[in-house]
Design a protein around this ligand. Structure first.
Ligand code: NAP
Length: 323
């Protein structure tokens, strides 16, 4: 059967790279758009068999490029998202204006499906610019293209993430770890492979729900996540509940850095639990859960953050001298 074509924006990220492998194995040809082929080409080109992946460099707001790419697309997936603004207005441009363009082009070219990655809880976090820009983007998409599917994942983790890996790096460096809102914020972390399997299913079957919340099997608080990571890297650290006043000051200081660890907007977002709303279907309603457990999956890659690194994997082989 002739492969169908899937146009992906943001394919070089954690979810994108994993998704390329899933889709191309299902006989779908992928066109991955990146801003910088020199930086991301190597990362992308190893994700699929020759002939199944085309990498295109371009400005995502270049309408003539987009129009050309949409001509041969059967599906489009948008994985572009940012956690902080480099310039004022970036949230609106990336989370609202860009998805709006994609949904209009999806409609104009009559493609089969447009899948857009939003985030869990964007409807409730009314004082977060990130969440509200994502929510505004969702509304644009829904009004422009009826074959669109919006996915709202909880936090996504894997060896390639910026979440567990950054946390483990910080936990390794600092003797203490600050807990915002006492670490009480709850999440349902979903493993990246579980999410990409679901996206692949959406593309290849007749799932056509407008909004789907995507979650993993466990409800875990931020404090429990940190404790699980500490156990996994075999470290003990003092967990300090940080008063909101100091949390706000530290976020303001972090914002000075090019890649802030925490921004004021993220701090506001963190006060909301990241759990299914009950208003929409979840991946579970489609019988889709691999039941991957957070600590079991993290254990598979966390050994590199332990004192003995890769040698800590199997104690029997540690420090054995050749006889
Ligand atoms: N990871 C999570 O825990 C999580 C949770 C909930 C929702 N989501 C959403 O899921 C989607 C994918 O997440 P991810 O973690 O895979 O994303 P990611 O790794 O942070 O980013 C995906 C790609 O987006 C492109 N990109 C980033 N900033 C851009 C900008 N300013 N202009 C144009 N392109 C830009 C980059 O591709 P190039 O450099 O190749 O251009 C990047 O590799 C995002 O929309 C995110 O908000 C993620």
């Amino acid at each position: 059967m002739k492969p169908k074509n899937c146009l992906i924006f943001g394919a070089s990220g954690q979810i994108g790279r994993n998704l390329i492998r899933r889709l191309t194995k299902s006989n779908i040809r992928v066109t991955a758009v990146t801003r910088n082929i020199h930086q991301k080409g190597y990362l992308l080109k190893t994700q699929a068999n020759p002939g199944f992946l085309e990498i295109v460099e371009g400005n995502i707001f270049d309408l003539s490029l987009l129009e050309k790419l949409f001509k041969s697309a059967d599906f489009c997936i948008n994985l572009i998202g940012i956690l902080y603004e480099k310039r004022k207005g970036d949230f609106k441009k990336i989370h609202c204006d860009f998805p709006k363009m994609l949904s209009i082009l999806s409609s104009k070219n009559n493609i089969s499906k447009f899948v857009h990655l939003s985030a869990l809880g964007v409807e409730d976090a009314v004082d977060s610019l990130y969440a509200q820009s994502k929510f505004a983007g969702e509304k644009e998409i829904i009004s422009n293209f009826k074959e669109s599917i919006i996915l709202r994942p909880s936090v996504v983790y894997s060896v390639d993430d910026n979440f567990t890996t950054n946390f483990m790096t910080i936990l390794n460096l600092l003797p203490f770890f600050p807990l915002y809102y006492k670490g009480n914020t709850k999440f349902k972390p979903i493993h990246c492979s579980e999410l990409t399997d679901f996206i692949s299913k959406i593309i290849t079957t007749n799932i056509n729900e407008r909004i789907i919340e995507c979650v993993g099997p466990e409800e875990i608080s931020l404090k429990e996540i940190v404790q699980k990571l500490l156990k996994s890297i075999q470290k003990k650290r003092i967990l300090i509940p940080m008063p909101l006043f100091f949390a706000k000051i530290s976020a303001k200081i972090f914002e000075i850095f090019p890649k802030p660890l925490l921004t004021s907007d993220q701090l506001r977002l963190l006060k909301y639990d990241n759990l299914p709303s009950g208003k929409y279907k979840t991946n579970l309603d489609f019988g889709f859960q691999k039941n991957l457990k957070f600590d079991v999956e993290v254990q598979k890659y966390s050994y590199m953050w332990r004192n003995e690194g890769e040698y800590s994997k199997n104690e029997k082989t540690m420090h054995k001298e050749i006889k």
